[in-house]
Design a binder for this molecule. Structure first.
Ligand code: SF4
Length: 512
Protein backbone atom coordinates (compact mmCIF):
# COMPACT_ATOMS: atom_id res chain seq x y z
CA UNK A 1 0.00 0.00 0.00
CA UNK A 2 1.46 3.42 -0.95
CA UNK A 3 1.93 5.92 1.88
CA UNK A 4 1.53 8.82 -0.54
CA UNK A 5 -1.04 9.23 -3.26
CA UNK A 6 -0.77 11.82 -6.01
CA UNK A 7 -4.07 12.51 -7.66
CA UNK A 8 -6.14 14.94 -9.69
CA UNK A 9 -9.34 15.18 -11.74
CA UNK A 10 -8.44 15.67 -15.39
CA UNK A 11 -10.86 17.53 -17.65
CA UNK A 12 -11.18 14.47 -19.89
CA UNK A 13 -10.01 10.89 -19.74
CA UNK A 14 -7.59 11.37 -22.67
CA UNK A 15 -5.70 14.09 -20.81
CA UNK A 16 -2.82 12.96 -18.65
CA UNK A 17 -1.70 14.72 -15.50
CA UNK A 18 1.68 15.97 -16.63
CA UNK A 19 2.46 17.97 -13.48
CA UNK A 20 1.82 15.00 -11.19
CA UNK A 21 4.14 12.83 -13.27
CA UNK A 22 6.84 15.43 -12.65
CA UNK A 23 6.17 15.21 -8.90
CA UNK A 24 6.29 11.43 -8.94
CA UNK A 25 9.52 11.40 -10.96
CA UNK A 26 11.10 13.66 -8.35
CA UNK A 27 10.01 11.87 -5.16
CA UNK A 28 13.55 10.55 -4.58
CA UNK A 29 13.68 7.88 -1.92
CA UNK A 30 9.94 8.22 -1.36
CA UNK A 31 9.11 7.21 -4.91
CA UNK A 32 8.52 3.50 -4.08
CA UNK A 33 6.01 4.64 -1.44
CA UNK A 34 4.13 6.90 -3.85
CA UNK A 35 1.43 6.09 -6.38
CA UNK A 36 -0.35 8.18 -9.00
CA UNK A 37 -4.12 7.82 -9.44
CA UNK A 38 -5.94 9.85 -12.08
CA UNK A 39 -9.64 10.59 -12.36
CA UNK A 40 -11.71 12.91 -14.49
CA UNK A 41 -14.34 15.51 -13.64
CA UNK A 42 -17.16 13.28 -14.81
CA UNK A 43 -16.55 10.93 -11.88
CA UNK A 44 -18.39 11.57 -8.65
CA UNK A 45 -16.29 13.03 -5.80
CA UNK A 46 -17.61 10.45 -3.32
CA UNK A 47 -16.68 7.57 -5.61
CA UNK A 48 -13.20 9.05 -5.98
CA UNK A 49 -12.92 9.46 -2.20
CA UNK A 50 -13.85 5.80 -1.78
CA UNK A 51 -11.08 4.67 -4.14
CA UNK A 52 -8.48 6.92 -2.50
CA UNK A 53 -9.42 5.83 1.03
CA UNK A 54 -9.29 2.17 0.05
CA UNK A 55 -5.53 2.64 -0.49
CA UNK A 56 -5.24 3.93 3.09
CA UNK A 57 -2.55 6.56 2.39
CA UNK A 58 -0.97 8.89 4.95
CA UNK A 59 -0.68 11.78 2.52
CA UNK A 60 -2.75 12.77 -0.51
CA UNK A 61 -1.36 15.35 -2.96
CA UNK A 62 -3.99 16.96 -5.18
CA UNK A 63 -3.54 19.02 -8.35
CA UNK A 64 -6.11 21.85 -8.42
CA UNK A 65 -6.98 23.56 -11.69
CA UNK A 66 -9.66 25.92 -12.95
CA UNK A 67 -11.57 22.98 -14.48
CA UNK A 68 -11.64 20.83 -11.33
CA UNK A 69 -11.67 23.19 -8.36
CA UNK A 70 -15.37 22.70 -7.56
CA UNK A 71 -15.20 18.89 -7.73
CA UNK A 72 -11.89 18.89 -5.82
CA UNK A 73 -13.45 20.97 -3.06
CA UNK A 74 -16.21 18.38 -2.65
CA UNK A 75 -13.61 15.59 -2.71
CA UNK A 76 -11.38 17.16 -0.05
CA UNK A 77 -14.41 17.91 2.14
CA UNK A 78 -15.43 14.24 2.04
CA UNK A 79 -11.88 12.97 2.63
CA UNK A 80 -11.33 15.18 5.66
CA UNK A 81 -14.71 14.29 7.14
CA UNK A 82 -14.14 10.56 6.93
CA UNK A 83 -10.39 10.52 7.61
CA UNK A 84 -9.22 13.80 9.17
CA UNK A 85 -5.87 12.16 9.94
CA UNK A 86 -4.89 11.91 6.26
CA UNK A 87 -2.74 14.90 5.33
CA UNK A 88 -4.02 16.68 2.24
CA UNK A 89 -1.53 18.80 0.27
CA UNK A 90 -2.77 20.98 -2.58
CA UNK A 91 -0.87 22.40 -5.52
CA UNK A 92 -1.58 23.73 -9.00
CA UNK A 93 -2.41 27.11 -10.55
CA UNK A 94 -5.87 27.43 -9.01
CA UNK A 95 -4.39 27.56 -5.50
CA UNK A 96 -1.22 29.43 -6.42
CA UNK A 97 -2.60 32.95 -5.92
CA UNK A 98 -5.40 34.67 -3.99
CA UNK A 99 -6.00 31.50 -2.03
CA UNK A 100 -6.92 33.03 1.35
CA UNK A 101 -10.67 32.76 0.92
CA UNK A 102 -10.79 29.59 -1.13
CA UNK A 103 -12.92 26.83 0.39
CA UNK A 104 -10.61 24.07 -0.83
CA UNK A 105 -7.62 25.78 0.80
CA UNK A 106 -9.48 26.08 4.11
CA UNK A 107 -10.18 22.34 4.04
CA UNK A 108 -6.63 21.23 3.23
CA UNK A 109 -3.62 20.84 5.52
CA UNK A 110 -0.97 22.36 3.25
CA UNK A 111 -0.77 24.24 -0.03
CA UNK A 112 2.38 24.36 -2.12
CA UNK A 113 2.44 27.44 -4.37
CA UNK A 114 4.65 27.67 -7.45
CA UNK A 115 6.42 24.76 -9.14
CA UNK A 116 6.20 21.93 -6.61
CA UNK A 117 8.34 19.35 -8.46
CA UNK A 118 10.90 19.16 -5.63
CA UNK A 119 8.97 20.80 -2.80
CA UNK A 120 6.29 18.14 -2.61
CA UNK A 121 8.81 15.40 -1.79
CA UNK A 122 10.46 17.68 0.80
CA UNK A 123 7.11 18.36 2.48
CA UNK A 124 6.22 14.64 2.51
CA UNK A 125 9.55 13.76 4.15
CA UNK A 126 8.92 16.27 6.91
CA UNK A 127 5.37 15.05 7.49
CA UNK A 128 6.35 11.38 7.58
CA UNK A 129 9.24 12.13 9.97
CA UNK A 130 6.76 13.64 12.42
CA UNK A 131 8.00 17.22 11.99
CA UNK A 132 5.56 18.73 9.47
CA UNK A 133 6.16 22.16 7.89
CA UNK A 134 5.20 24.96 10.26
CA UNK A 135 3.37 27.06 7.70
CA UNK A 136 0.27 25.90 5.89
CA UNK A 137 1.23 27.81 2.72
CA UNK A 138 4.57 26.58 1.40
CA UNK A 139 6.15 28.68 -1.34
CA UNK A 140 8.28 26.58 -3.70
CA UNK A 141 11.42 28.15 -5.13
CA UNK A 142 11.71 27.95 -8.94
CA UNK A 143 13.55 24.70 -9.54
CA UNK A 144 16.45 24.56 -12.00
CA UNK A 145 15.54 22.29 -14.90
CA UNK A 146 18.89 20.52 -14.57
CA UNK A 147 17.91 19.40 -11.04
CA UNK A 148 14.67 17.79 -12.19
CA UNK A 149 14.20 14.19 -13.20
CA UNK A 150 12.19 14.21 -16.42
CA UNK A 151 8.95 12.24 -16.08
CA UNK A 152 8.57 10.69 -19.52
CA UNK A 153 9.27 7.14 -18.47
CA UNK A 154 6.21 7.34 -16.24
CA UNK A 155 3.91 7.34 -19.26
CA UNK A 156 2.54 3.80 -19.24
CA UNK A 157 1.64 1.64 -22.25
CA UNK A 158 -1.99 2.58 -21.57
CA UNK A 159 -1.11 6.30 -21.61
CA UNK A 160 0.80 5.93 -24.86
CA UNK A 161 -2.11 4.06 -26.44
CA UNK A 162 -5.01 6.17 -25.18
CA UNK A 163 -3.90 9.51 -23.83
CA UNK A 164 -2.35 12.74 -25.02
CA UNK A 165 1.37 12.71 -24.28
CA UNK A 166 2.39 16.09 -22.89
CA UNK A 167 6.01 17.18 -23.08
CA UNK A 168 7.87 20.42 -22.39
CA UNK A 169 11.16 21.75 -23.66
CA UNK A 170 10.93 24.96 -21.64
CA UNK A 171 9.06 26.65 -18.81
CA UNK A 172 8.07 30.27 -18.40
CA UNK A 173 7.26 33.10 -20.78
CA UNK A 174 9.08 36.42 -21.23
CA UNK A 175 5.92 38.25 -22.33
CA UNK A 176 3.57 40.17 -20.10
CA UNK A 177 0.00 39.63 -21.36
CA UNK A 178 -2.05 40.64 -18.37
CA UNK A 179 -4.80 38.02 -18.72
CA UNK A 180 -2.31 35.14 -18.62
CA UNK A 181 -0.82 33.34 -15.63
CA UNK A 182 2.32 32.57 -17.61
CA UNK A 183 3.13 36.28 -17.67
CA UNK A 184 4.08 35.84 -14.00
CA UNK A 185 6.18 32.87 -14.86
CA UNK A 186 9.57 34.29 -15.71
CA UNK A 187 12.44 33.62 -16.34
CA UNK A 188 12.25 31.17 -19.22
CA UNK A 189 14.09 27.96 -18.45
CA UNK A 190 15.11 25.39 -21.02
CA UNK A 191 15.21 21.63 -20.42
CA UNK A 192 18.71 20.25 -21.12
CA UNK A 193 18.21 19.50 -24.82
CA UNK A 194 20.26 16.31 -25.38
CA UNK A 195 18.64 14.61 -22.38
CA UNK A 196 15.18 15.85 -23.41
CA UNK A 197 15.62 14.51 -26.94
CA UNK A 198 16.84 11.15 -25.68
CA UNK A 199 13.65 10.92 -23.58
CA UNK A 200 11.55 11.74 -26.64
CA UNK A 201 13.42 9.03 -28.54
CA UNK A 202 12.32 6.51 -25.90
CA UNK A 203 8.74 7.72 -26.11
CA UNK A 204 8.74 7.32 -29.88
CA UNK A 205 10.21 3.85 -29.49
CA UNK A 206 7.39 2.96 -27.08
CA UNK A 207 4.86 3.81 -29.80
CA UNK A 208 3.87 7.37 -28.83
CA UNK A 209 2.56 9.18 -31.89
CA UNK A 210 0.86 12.34 -30.73
CA UNK A 211 2.84 14.87 -28.68
CA UNK A 212 1.53 18.05 -27.19
CA UNK A 213 4.22 20.55 -26.16
CA UNK A 214 3.07 22.65 -23.21
CA UNK A 215 5.82 25.27 -23.71
CA UNK A 216 4.19 28.67 -23.58
CA UNK A 217 6.18 29.96 -26.56
CA UNK A 218 7.80 27.11 -28.44
CA UNK A 219 9.36 29.40 -31.04
CA UNK A 220 11.05 31.71 -28.54
CA UNK A 221 14.48 30.20 -29.08
CA UNK A 222 14.55 29.52 -32.82
CA UNK A 223 17.69 27.39 -32.65
CA UNK A 224 16.24 25.03 -30.03
CA UNK A 225 12.86 24.89 -31.80
CA UNK A 226 14.59 24.01 -35.05
CA UNK A 227 16.58 21.21 -33.44
CA UNK A 228 13.42 19.71 -31.94
CA UNK A 229 11.53 19.96 -35.23
CA UNK A 230 14.46 18.40 -37.13
CA UNK A 231 14.53 15.61 -34.56
CA UNK A 232 10.86 14.80 -35.26
CA UNK A 233 11.17 15.27 -39.00
CA UNK A 234 13.97 12.70 -39.18
CA UNK A 235 11.76 10.20 -37.35
CA UNK A 236 8.40 11.05 -38.88
CA UNK A 237 6.00 8.18 -39.58
CA UNK A 238 2.33 8.22 -40.69
CA UNK A 239 0.11 8.99 -37.71
CA UNK A 240 2.69 11.23 -36.00
CA UNK A 241 1.25 14.54 -34.87
CA UNK A 242 2.98 17.32 -32.95
CA UNK A 243 1.25 20.27 -31.31
CA UNK A 244 3.08 23.49 -30.34
CA UNK A 245 2.04 26.88 -28.94
CA UNK A 246 3.67 29.69 -30.88
CA UNK A 247 3.90 33.46 -30.76
CA UNK A 248 2.65 34.49 -34.19
CA UNK A 249 5.10 37.22 -35.17
CA UNK A 250 8.24 35.13 -34.83
CA UNK A 251 9.05 32.68 -37.61
CA UNK A 252 12.59 33.24 -38.87
CA UNK A 253 13.73 31.63 -42.13
CA UNK A 254 15.59 28.66 -40.56
CA UNK A 255 12.37 27.68 -38.77
CA UNK A 256 10.26 28.20 -41.87
CA UNK A 257 12.55 25.88 -43.83
CA UNK A 258 12.12 22.93 -41.51
CA UNK A 259 8.39 23.53 -40.94
CA UNK A 260 7.76 23.44 -44.71
CA UNK A 261 9.28 19.96 -44.92
CA UNK A 262 6.67 18.29 -42.69
CA UNK A 263 3.85 16.36 -44.37
CA UNK A 264 0.37 17.98 -44.27
CA UNK A 265 -1.36 17.64 -40.94
CA UNK A 266 1.74 16.47 -39.03
CA UNK A 267 2.17 19.79 -37.22
CA UNK A 268 -0.41 21.83 -35.37
CA UNK A 269 0.44 25.34 -34.21
CA UNK A 270 -1.70 27.03 -31.62
CA UNK A 271 -1.17 30.69 -32.36
CA UNK A 272 -2.33 33.17 -29.76
CA UNK A 273 -3.33 36.44 -31.41
CA UNK A 274 -5.98 37.43 -28.86
CA UNK A 275 -6.67 40.86 -30.35
CA UNK A 276 -6.02 42.83 -33.53
CA UNK A 277 -6.82 46.05 -31.73
CA UNK A 278 -3.47 47.75 -31.08
CA UNK A 279 -4.86 49.98 -28.32
CA UNK A 280 -6.25 46.96 -26.50
CA UNK A 281 -2.93 45.16 -27.02
CA UNK A 282 -1.11 48.10 -25.41
CA UNK A 283 -3.59 48.21 -22.56
CA UNK A 284 -3.08 44.57 -21.63
CA UNK A 285 0.65 44.71 -22.41
CA UNK A 286 0.53 42.30 -25.29
CA UNK A 287 2.62 43.83 -28.02
CA UNK A 288 2.90 42.10 -31.35
CA UNK A 289 3.94 43.00 -34.86
CA UNK A 290 0.71 42.64 -36.86
CA UNK A 291 2.39 42.83 -40.25
CA UNK A 292 4.83 40.06 -39.44
CA UNK A 293 2.03 38.06 -37.84
CA UNK A 294 -0.06 38.26 -41.02
CA UNK A 295 2.94 37.37 -43.16
CA UNK A 296 3.68 34.32 -41.01
CA UNK A 297 0.09 33.10 -41.09
CA UNK A 298 0.02 33.50 -44.88
CA UNK A 299 3.28 31.59 -45.15
CA UNK A 300 1.93 28.74 -43.01
CA UNK A 301 -1.28 28.59 -45.02
CA UNK A 302 0.29 28.81 -48.48
CA UNK A 303 3.61 27.01 -48.12
CA UNK A 304 3.20 24.42 -45.41
CA UNK A 305 0.82 21.68 -44.33
CA UNK A 306 0.63 23.05 -40.77
CA UNK A 307 -2.79 22.98 -39.16
CA UNK A 308 -3.17 26.44 -37.63
CA UNK A 309 -5.38 26.95 -34.60
CA UNK A 310 -5.54 30.68 -33.91
CA UNK A 311 -6.91 32.18 -30.69
CA UNK A 312 -8.84 35.40 -30.20
CA UNK A 313 -10.23 36.61 -26.88
CA UNK A 314 -13.58 38.39 -26.62
CA UNK A 315 -14.19 40.75 -23.71
CA UNK A 316 -10.73 42.28 -23.24
CA UNK A 317 -10.71 45.74 -21.64
CA UNK A 318 -11.27 48.43 -24.26
CA UNK A 319 -12.50 45.96 -26.93
CA UNK A 320 -15.95 46.64 -28.37
CA UNK A 321 -18.08 44.22 -30.40
CA UNK A 322 -17.20 46.23 -33.53
CA UNK A 323 -13.43 46.13 -32.95
CA UNK A 324 -13.60 42.43 -32.12
CA UNK A 325 -15.60 41.90 -35.33
CA UNK A 326 -12.95 43.71 -37.37
CA UNK A 327 -10.20 41.55 -35.87
CA UNK A 328 -12.22 38.41 -36.47
CA UNK A 329 -12.65 39.39 -40.14
CA UNK A 330 -8.90 39.98 -40.49
CA UNK A 331 -8.20 36.57 -39.04
CA UNK A 332 -10.74 34.80 -41.26
CA UNK A 333 -9.05 36.42 -44.29
CA UNK A 334 -5.71 34.94 -43.19
CA UNK A 335 -7.25 31.48 -43.41
CA UNK A 336 -6.26 29.51 -40.30
CA UNK A 337 -8.01 26.13 -40.20
CA UNK A 338 -9.45 26.85 -36.75
CA UNK A 339 -10.28 30.07 -34.93
CA UNK A 340 -10.94 29.70 -31.27
CA UNK A 341 -13.02 32.50 -29.84
CA UNK A 342 -12.23 32.44 -26.14
CA UNK A 343 -14.20 34.47 -23.63
CA UNK A 344 -11.91 36.39 -21.29
CA UNK A 345 -11.34 34.66 -17.95
CA UNK A 346 -10.12 36.36 -14.85
CA UNK A 347 -7.48 33.91 -13.64
CA UNK A 348 -6.34 34.19 -10.03
CA UNK A 349 -3.20 36.24 -9.70
CA UNK A 350 -3.29 37.84 -13.14
CA UNK A 351 -2.78 41.61 -13.34
CA UNK A 352 -5.78 42.16 -15.62
CA UNK A 353 -7.71 43.13 -12.47
CA UNK A 354 -6.12 46.58 -12.63
CA UNK A 355 -8.66 47.43 -15.37
CA UNK A 356 -11.72 46.37 -13.37
CA UNK A 357 -12.84 49.82 -12.37
CA UNK A 358 -11.75 51.86 -15.39
CA UNK A 359 -13.23 49.43 -17.90
CA UNK A 360 -16.25 48.20 -15.95
CA UNK A 361 -15.01 44.61 -15.93
CA UNK A 362 -17.45 42.25 -14.22
CA UNK A 363 -16.50 38.58 -14.01
CA UNK A 364 -18.40 35.54 -12.85
CA UNK A 365 -17.38 34.58 -9.32
CA UNK A 366 -17.52 30.88 -10.30
CA UNK A 367 -14.91 28.96 -12.27
CA UNK A 368 -13.90 29.51 -15.02
CA UNK A 369 -14.46 33.15 -13.96
CA UNK A 370 -15.59 34.36 -17.39
CA UNK A 371 -16.26 38.00 -18.12
CA UNK A 372 -19.94 38.95 -17.82
CA UNK A 373 -19.78 42.50 -19.09
CA UNK A 374 -17.42 45.40 -19.70
CA UNK A 375 -17.94 49.12 -20.23
CA UNK A 376 -17.98 48.45 -23.99
CA UNK A 377 -19.91 45.15 -24.11
CA UNK A 378 -23.05 44.76 -22.03
CA UNK A 379 -24.23 41.46 -20.56
CA UNK A 380 -26.69 40.68 -23.37
CA UNK A 381 -24.03 41.26 -26.05
CA UNK A 382 -21.56 39.15 -24.09
CA UNK A 383 -24.08 36.33 -24.02
CA UNK A 384 -24.37 36.59 -27.79
CA UNK A 385 -20.59 36.40 -28.07
CA UNK A 386 -20.59 33.32 -25.84
CA UNK A 387 -23.10 31.62 -28.16
CA UNK A 388 -21.18 32.77 -31.20
CA UNK A 389 -18.05 31.10 -29.80
CA UNK A 390 -19.91 27.86 -29.13
CA UNK A 391 -21.60 27.67 -32.52
CA UNK A 392 -18.40 28.67 -34.32
CA UNK A 393 -16.77 25.71 -32.66
CA UNK A 394 -19.60 23.36 -33.67
CA UNK A 395 -19.82 24.58 -37.25
CA UNK A 396 -16.49 26.03 -38.38
CA UNK A 397 -13.90 24.47 -36.08
CA UNK A 398 -15.40 21.00 -36.13
CA UNK A 399 -14.26 20.64 -39.73
CA UNK A 400 -17.69 19.21 -40.57
CA UNK A 401 -18.67 22.19 -42.76
CA UNK A 402 -15.46 23.43 -44.35
CA UNK A 403 -17.13 24.27 -47.64
CA UNK A 404 -20.49 25.41 -46.31
CA UNK A 405 -19.36 27.72 -43.49
CA UNK A 406 -18.07 30.55 -45.77
CA UNK A 407 -21.42 30.59 -47.62
CA UNK A 408 -22.87 32.18 -44.48
CA UNK A 409 -21.04 35.41 -45.25
CA UNK A 410 -19.76 35.12 -48.81
CA UNK A 411 -23.17 35.10 -50.48
CA UNK A 412 -24.14 38.35 -48.79
CA UNK A 413 -20.64 39.90 -49.08
CA UNK A 414 -20.96 40.58 -45.37
CA UNK A 415 -18.45 40.76 -42.58
CA UNK A 416 -17.82 37.16 -41.43
CA UNK A 417 -18.43 38.17 -37.85
CA UNK A 418 -21.80 39.89 -38.29
CA UNK A 419 -23.05 37.32 -40.79
CA UNK A 420 -22.14 34.45 -38.48
CA UNK A 421 -23.58 36.35 -35.52
CA UNK A 422 -26.93 36.66 -37.35
CA UNK A 423 -26.85 32.92 -38.05
CA UNK A 424 -25.86 32.18 -34.45
CA UNK A 425 -28.81 34.13 -33.05
CA UNK A 426 -31.21 32.50 -35.53
CA UNK A 427 -29.86 29.06 -34.62
CA UNK A 428 -30.23 29.75 -30.92
CA UNK A 429 -33.85 30.82 -31.42
CA UNK A 430 -34.55 27.65 -33.43
CA UNK A 431 -32.55 25.06 -31.50
CA UNK A 432 -32.82 26.59 -28.03
CA UNK A 433 -29.46 25.13 -27.01
CA UNK A 434 -25.78 25.35 -27.81
CA UNK A 435 -24.76 21.76 -27.17
CA UNK A 436 -25.80 18.20 -28.00
CA UNK A 437 -27.08 19.02 -31.49
CA UNK A 438 -26.65 15.95 -33.70
CA UNK A 439 -24.66 16.46 -36.90
CA UNK A 440 -27.55 15.84 -39.31
CA UNK A 441 -29.81 18.18 -37.37
CA UNK A 442 -27.12 20.86 -37.44
CA UNK A 443 -26.79 20.29 -41.16
CA UNK A 444 -30.52 20.73 -41.60
CA UNK A 445 -30.42 24.01 -39.63
CA UNK A 446 -27.65 25.24 -41.90
CA UNK A 447 -29.59 24.24 -44.98
CA UNK A 448 -32.72 25.99 -43.78
CA UNK A 449 -30.84 29.15 -42.85
CA UNK A 450 -28.95 29.38 -46.12
CA UNK A 451 -31.90 28.58 -48.34
CA UNK A 452 -34.55 30.58 -46.47
CA UNK A 453 -32.62 33.49 -44.90
CA UNK A 454 -29.83 34.23 -47.36
CA UNK A 455 -29.43 34.59 -51.11
CA UNK A 456 -27.78 31.18 -51.47
CA UNK A 457 -29.69 28.94 -53.91
CA UNK A 458 -31.06 25.84 -52.17
CA UNK A 459 -29.26 23.59 -54.70
CA UNK A 460 -25.94 25.34 -54.00
CA UNK A 461 -26.39 24.96 -50.24
CA UNK A 462 -27.47 21.33 -50.63
CA UNK A 463 -24.51 20.35 -52.82
CA UNK A 464 -22.07 22.09 -50.51
CA UNK A 465 -23.50 20.37 -47.43
CA UNK A 466 -23.55 17.01 -49.18
CA UNK A 467 -19.88 17.32 -50.17
CA UNK A 468 -19.00 18.31 -46.60
CA UNK A 469 -20.95 15.33 -45.31
CA UNK A 470 -19.17 12.91 -47.63
CA UNK A 471 -15.78 14.41 -46.79
CA UNK A 472 -16.33 13.06 -43.29
CA UNK A 473 -16.58 9.55 -44.77
CA UNK A 474 -20.42 9.33 -44.70
CA UNK A 475 -22.58 8.20 -47.59
CA UNK A 476 -26.20 8.06 -46.33
CA UNK A 477 -27.98 10.95 -48.01
CA UNK A 478 -30.02 12.94 -45.45
CA UNK A 479 -33.71 13.01 -46.49
CA UNK A 480 -34.03 16.81 -46.46
CA UNK A 481 -31.32 17.11 -49.13
CA UNK A 482 -32.67 14.54 -51.59
CA UNK A 483 -34.94 16.86 -53.57
CA UNK A 484 -32.15 19.38 -54.04
CA UNK A 485 -29.37 17.08 -55.18
CA UNK A 486 -29.93 16.62 -58.87
CA UNK A 487 -26.51 15.29 -59.68
CA UNK A 488 -23.99 13.47 -57.61
CA UNK A 489 -20.69 15.21 -57.03
CA UNK A 490 -18.78 12.74 -54.90
CA UNK A 491 -15.67 14.02 -53.30
CA UNK A 492 -13.26 11.38 -52.22
CA UNK A 493 -10.81 12.06 -49.54
CA UNK A 494 -7.30 11.77 -50.88
CA UNK A 495 -5.12 8.94 -49.72
CA UNK A 496 -2.91 11.54 -48.11
CA UNK A 497 -5.76 12.84 -45.99
CA UNK A 498 -6.74 9.34 -44.99
CA UNK A 499 -3.54 9.22 -42.96
CA UNK A 500 -4.38 12.29 -40.91
CA UNK A 501 -6.35 12.57 -37.67
CA UNK A 502 -10.01 13.04 -38.74
CA UNK A 503 -10.48 16.67 -37.77
CA UNK A 504 -7.22 17.79 -39.46
CA UNK A 505 -8.02 15.76 -42.57
CA UNK A 506 -11.33 17.55 -43.00
CA UNK A 507 -9.63 20.89 -42.48
CA UNK A 508 -7.08 20.25 -45.21
CA UNK A 509 -9.92 20.82 -47.65
CA UNK A 510 -10.87 24.15 -46.18
CA UNK A 511 -11.78 26.77 -48.72
CA UNK A 512 -11.65 30.01 -46.74
S1 SF4 B 1 -0.49 34.76 -23.56
FE1 SF4 B 1 1.23 33.59 -24.38
S2 SF4 B 1 2.80 35.13 -24.84
FE2 SF4 B 1 1.33 36.10 -23.42
S3 SF4 B 1 2.18 35.76 -21.38
FE3 SF4 B 1 0.75 34.09 -21.82
S4 SF4 B 1 2.02 32.47 -22.62
FE4 SF4 B 1 3.21 34.34 -22.76
Amino acid sequence: MPEILLTTLNAKYIHSAFGLRYLLANMGKLQPATALLEFDINQRPLDIAEILLRANPKIIGLGVYIWNVEETTALVAALKRVRPDIVVILGGPEVGYEFEEQAVVKLADFVITGEADLKFAEACELILSGAPPREKIIAAELPEFSRLTLPYQLYSEQDVAHRIIYVEASRGCPFTCEFCLSSLDIPVRQAPLPHFLSELEKLLASGAKQFKFVDRTFNLNASVSRQILEFFLARWKPGHFFHFEMVPDRLPEPLREVIAKFPPGALQFEVGIQTFNEEVGELIRRRQNYERLADNLRFLREHTGVHVHADLIAGLPGESVESFAAGFGRLVALGPQEIQVGILKRLRGTPIVRHDRTHGMLYSSHPPYEILQTSKIDFVSMQKLRRFARYWDLIANSGNFVETTPLIWQAEAQSPFFAFMAFSEWLHAEAGRTDSIALVRLMEFLFRYLSEHSTVEPQVAARSLWRDYQRGGRHDKPAFLKDFLTEESPERRSQRNALLPKRQARHQARTF
